[in-house]
Design a binder for this molecule. Structure first.
Ligand code: BEZ
Length: 212
């Protein structure tokens, strides 16, 4: 059965370029992003791993640990790391899991046999501090991921967890947000949204982002 939103992210122990990782213990109280790569020494993955390394500070600001996985072994990842660092002009500053036994790929349903029966697709799992899967994204092997979108999803998850809002189409941090329809009491609205709101429809109420 595929992993669904709200499920507990499956735990595992697996070797990585930074030693053995017991996943839940490694996450601790952080958010996590687990993202899969079809294969080592492939061009799109090389750019993605380098790009993610450059964004490490942005992930840290949001209390997110990032973890890559590719079905090759750790020795292969370590050889590939040199290429990634040289071509992408960055240091790899987070672990890549070896997964030659496909333990993680199978636990997370990262192999889609009708796309390819040995390589993983490009999956992204967003995991909250309670170890719940809160969002997933899946791209095919030939389409590199948009890491700005990954940060944007984290911003939305963290904002909507702490305020009674939802984020509209193409929202990015700092843009106006939508008040969730369940908040109707005028006193609660005043207290939660002191900057006021515009009711375009009774169900569509727009307010400045409350934590800005
Ligand atoms: C890549 O990462 O470049 C790639 C991997 C598998 C298939 C196609 C592209």
């Amino acid at each position: 059965m595929a992993i669904q939103l709200g499920d507990i992210a499956p735990d595992f122990t697996q070797e990585s370029t930074e030693g053995t990782i017991k996943f839940h213990e490694w996450l601790g109280k952080s958010w996590g992003v687990l993202f899969s790569h079809p294969k080592d020494f492939t061009p799109v993955c090389t750019t993605e791993l380098g790009f993610a390394a450059k964004l490490k500070g942005e992930f840290e600001k949001r209390h997110v640990k990032i973890l890559a996985v590719s079905v090759d072994d750790v020795a292969s990842h370590k050889k590939w790391t040199g290429d990634i660092e040289e071509t992408q002009k960055t240091k790899l500053n987070y672990p890549i899991l070896g997964d030659p036994d496909r333990k993680v790929a199978n636990l997370y349903g990262m192999i889609h046999p009708n796309a390819n029966d040995t390589l993983t697709v490009r999956s992204v799992f967003f995991i909250d501090p309670n170890k719940k899967v809160r969002a997933t994204i899946t791209y095919p092997a030939a389409t590199g991921r948009n890491f700005d979108e990954i940060l944007r999803v984290i911003d939305s998850l963290q904002l909507t967890d702490s305020h009674s809002v939802a984020t509209p189409a193409n929202w990015k941090d700092g843009d106006d947000v939508i008040i969730v329809p369940s908040i109707q009491d005028p006193e609660v609205l005043k207290q939660k949204f002191p900057k006021g709101f515009k009711a375009l429809r009774p169900y569509l109420r727009v307010t400045p982002q409350p934590n800005k």
